[in-house]
Design a protein around this ligand. Structure first.
Ligand code: MG
Length: 387
């Protein structure tokens, strides 16, 4: 039986200042919704993920989910439960009634894969499953600023999402209790008299409701960043010509460099270093030299594409270090221009780019001035993943 995820992202998030709903607030370089979707899209147990949005947020939604493999979103309703019901109706058409569904708040960006699979597994034996946390604080009742009593904590739990259900009974409960006002889907199943299994929740699966929650999400993402280092190496042979392209800068020389593209060894080594840190192949794989499309190409295209892949993964380039290996031409006079050009191509600060040069003491092919070489290291920060 297939399991689908339904992400409820139609709310307006009025408790935060500003007019951008919280699920579209940028945290760790990406909208909150993007972070929320990642664990579901990466979960082997979830067949497809459907998002319910506010009709006014279409442009924000498209920007937040660019490049993600998602079916078209469903337009939500006035209340959370209306949005869920509309999502479930769409899901029933898409998946058939014989499916399972995980309903999750868009404003909870960190459900772990373990949490998702605990809820999924519970659905093998129950028609509804709910992640819960114990209540650690003592509970008080109060009125007019004064305590009126202490509420026993025994048997009291905090409900989280994703909440898992067999689709038919949940959809039936939503339709039947349409006039009730509830704050989660389990409440409708309770009204319908169904049993709901409790599974262990997670403190990190908290809901972002105010500015301090956003700050907590930001620091959690920073702490989880995965630091990756990649290396790149490239060589081009000297040929006839009057200049070489080095790091996107035209450098006058008594020879040119042979190559299918503009033969920019610096940009090629940097591109491979970034692709290496991403674990996404090499420059020849993305831009095959036998493809006429890349004949004489400006190599900034290759570097830009590698940079776009970092952004698409929600990452950033922390640092690039490039060494150009040649007897000539001299790099020093153009070093600042090269740094500025690389920073411009990748839209990063020039302080994150280092370009150095060395000779090989007249040894080897570079020493004999037969060609130029370059080697690069790229250090990236990528959103953390399970080991
Ligand atoms: Mg090359």
């Amino acid at each position: 039986m297939s399991t689908f995820a339904l992400i409820v992202a139609a709310g307006r998030g009025t408790r935060l200042p500003g007019d951008v709903p919280k699920q579209y607030r940028v945290v760790g370089g990406k909208p909150l919704l993007w972070h929320t979707l990642r664990p579901f899209l990466g979960s082997g147990g979830v067949e497809s993920t459907l998002v319910v949005i506010n009709a006014g947020d279409m442009a924000r939604y498209q920007a937040a989910t660019e490049g993600l493999d998602l079916p078209p979103p469903v337009m939500g309703g006035a209340r959370r439960q209306d949005s869920v019901r509309l999502g479930l109706e769409a899901l029933a058409e898409m998946a058939g009634e014989d499916a399972r569904v995980l309903i999750h708040d868009a404003a909870r960006p960190f459900p772990s894969s373990g949490l998702i699979s605990r809820v999924c597994s519970a659905l093998d034996n129950h028609i509804a499953a709910l992640p819960v946390l114990d209540v650690a604080d003592t509970l008080k009742s109060g009125k007019d600023g004064l305590v009126t009593g202490t509420v026993p904590r025994t048997g009291i739990y905090r409900a989280q999402t994703p909440q898992g259900f067999h689709l038919p009974p949940l959809l039936a409960a939503h339709r039947r209790f349409i006039d009730e006002d509830v704050t989660d889907d389990a409440a409708l199943m309770e009204l319908a008299g169904h049993q709901i299994a409790m599974v262990e929740g997670e403190k990190n699966a908290f809901k972002v409701t105010n500015a301090s929650d956003l700050a907590r999400a930001e620091s959690m993402l920073a702490a989880q960043m995965d630091i990756r280092v990649g290396s790149g190496f490239d060589v081009h042979r000297f040929d006839e010509g009057d200049h070489v392209m080095l790091c996107g800068v035209r450098v006058p020389h008594t020879q040119g460099l042979a190559g299918h593209s503009d033969a920019d060894v610096g940009l090629h080594a940097l591109t491979d270093a970034i692709l290496g840190a991403l674990g996404e192949g090499d420059i020849g794989q993305h831009f095959p030299p036998n493809n006429p499309k890349w004949r004489g190409a400006d190599s900034s295209l290759f570097l830009k594409e590698a940079g776009a892949r970092v952004t698409a993964r929600g990452g950033r380039i922390n640092h690039l270090d490039l060494t150009i290996i040649a007897e000539a031409p001299k790099v020093a006079p153009q070093r600042d221009a090269m740094i500025a050009r690389v920073a411009e191509i990748l839209q990063i600060q020039p302080s994150r780019v280092s370009i150095k040069a060395t000779t090989t003491e007249r040894l080897g092919f570079t020493g004999r001035k037969e060609g130029m070489a370059a080697q690069a290291t790229a250090t990236l920060a990528l959103p953390g993943e399970a080991p």
